[in-house]
Write a protein that binds this ligand. Structure first.
Ligand SMILES: Cc1cc2nc3c(=O)[nH]c(=O)nc-3n(C[C@H](O)[C@H](O)[C@H](O)COP(=O)(O)OP(=O)(O)OC[C@H]3O[C@@H](n4cnc5c(N)ncnc54)[C@H](O)[C@@H]3O)c2cc1C
Length: 398
């Protein structure tokens, strides 16, 4: 019987990992299945662009994996049973169950509402494709002078506010920041950010904690009743992982992310690996890696390297788990590239302006292209398994 590897999620982490596994392991004794809810690869890093009306390249997962030997199952994962080593799914063809010998969990994340009243009912978000399309449809109906409030001064909030203001100068765009805009950036980068916001005419409310969202405004202080008018409120106040991992009995952190060892293997269930936003991984700087495309890259490379080594009897290599900095687009023509040091403090040097924007555009295109060609550039060394391990022997090798 072949060793069954099931990869949950075909986002930045899962799609690349599945291709890598297929390239490196022999189909004679391994079977790789990817489960994904959507038929296309969703470029989450561009969801704010999709929301404001830009059209994105469509990359069908069936094309992405054509010829790789990877089986694609279009279905929604509803639960994982790590004791029975099964995954429950539901799709167009009804409910089903997949058995695995090795699982790679890479289901990403979605918007975090933080329990704020009205967010689920009235706010929009750019965390996924369906929500971005819902916002796109709403913005298309919003006439000149309409008010858009972006809540959250993190990377997604900044990218969303600037992209919207640049693409729709007829709208009045406001950003509500809990702290100070760009407080974590170096002084020069922060100045650059503020100039960009001024140029694009974005109003910023600093030290403003949105306590509730209503259909046409956001409440900044429920005691005084102070509020910000908003025809459309876009919630970008963070991401949260899907509750599936926690509900399955896998050991998770407070964030719900799967706790892993240095090889991205679950500390509670050695047949399970995690990568991308779903993993609670400590980076080389001793801190949890942030949810980002870069982290998705490093963690999926470490997870796949460990899976391949353990199955083929090799030594598990150590892939760097780095956090070098942030690359924030400010519309299509401007961006900030800010490096950080080992303590995650911004270095004084930063790159801003058109060149940084071109670099960011290259990063986005490169990431999309890499997903569309998941086996490109990797040595095709399809190794046989050392043995076809049963559950007991995989655990023994732990
Ligand atoms: C608007 C926006 C801008 C961003 N900009 C940047 C940026 O500039 N730089 C950066 O580094 N990061 C950025 N990010 C963050 C980055 O997109 C994520 O960190 C990255 O997508 C994580 O990759 P992943 O593979 O873990 O998850 P995802 O890319 O989210 O992939 C998860 C996959 O799992 C599938 N899935 C989820 N649930 C289920 C289920 N129950 N059943 C089946 N399939 C399921 C999804 O359909 C998806 O295909 C941005 C995010 C957003 C939303």
């Amino acid at each position: 019987m072949k060793h069954r590897i099931v990869v949950l999620g075909a986002g930045y982490a899962g799609a690349f990992a599945a291709g890598n596994l297929a390239r490196r392991l022999s189909p004679a004794d391994t079977e790789i299945t990817v489960v994904n809810a959507e038929p296309d690869f969703v470029e989450r890093m561009r969801m704010h662009q999709l929301a404001i009306g830009q059209d994105l390249a469509v990359r069908k997962l069936s094309d992405v994996f054509a010829g790789t030997g990877v089986r694609l199952r279009l279905a929604r994962v509803t639960s994982v049973d790590p004791e029975r080593k099964t995954v429950a799914v539901t799709g167009e063809d009804g409910d089903g169950e997949l058995a695995y010998d090795t699982l790679l969990y890479a289901l990403g994340s979605s918007v975090a509402h933080h329990g704020v009243p009205g967010v689920a009912e009235y706010a929009f978000d750019v965390a996924g494709r369906s929500s971005a399309l819902r916002l796109r449809e709403r913005l298309a109906r919003l006439g000149a002078g309409g008010t858009v409030l972006v809540v959250g001064e993190g990377l997604t909030g900044i990218e969303t506010a600037t992209e919207f203001a640049e693409s729709r100068p007829d709208l009045s765009v406001t950003l509500a920041a809990r702290g100070e805009l760009g407080a974590w950036l170096s002084p020069k980068a922060r100045r650059h950010l503020r100039q960009a916001f001024d140029r694009l005419g974005i109003t910023v409310h600093e030290h403003t904690n949105i306590e509730a969202v209503e259909p046409t405004r956001a409440i900044a202080d429920r005691v005084t009743g102070s509020s910000i008018p908003a025809d459309v409120t876009v919630w970008t106040a963070g991401f949260a992982v899907h509750p599936i991992a926690a509900a399955s009995g896998l050991e998770v952190a407070e964030t719900g992310q799967i706790v892993v060892d240095r090889s991205m293997r679950s500390v509670s269930h050695p047949d399970v690996y995690a990568a991308g936003d779903s993993v609670y991984a400590i980076g080389d700087n001793g801190r949890p890696l942030p949810m980002s495309c870069g982290s998705a890259g490093y963690t999926n490379m470490q997870a796949t390297a460990a899976i391949i080594a353990r199955l083929t009897g090799g030594k598990v290599p150590t892939v760097g788990l780095k956090y070098l900095g942030n690359h924030i687009s400010l519309g299509q023509r401007d961006a900030i590239f800010q490096m950080v040091d080992g303590d995650v403090r911004s270095k004084s040097w930063f790159l801003g302006g058109k060149f940084a924007a071109r670099l960011k555009s290259g990063v986005l295109k490169g990431a999309g292209w890499g997903i569309a060609h998941p086996t490109f550039g990797m040595p095709k060394r399809q190794r046989r398994l050392a043995t076809i391990p049963d559950r007991a022997s995989v655990r023994a090798a732990a």
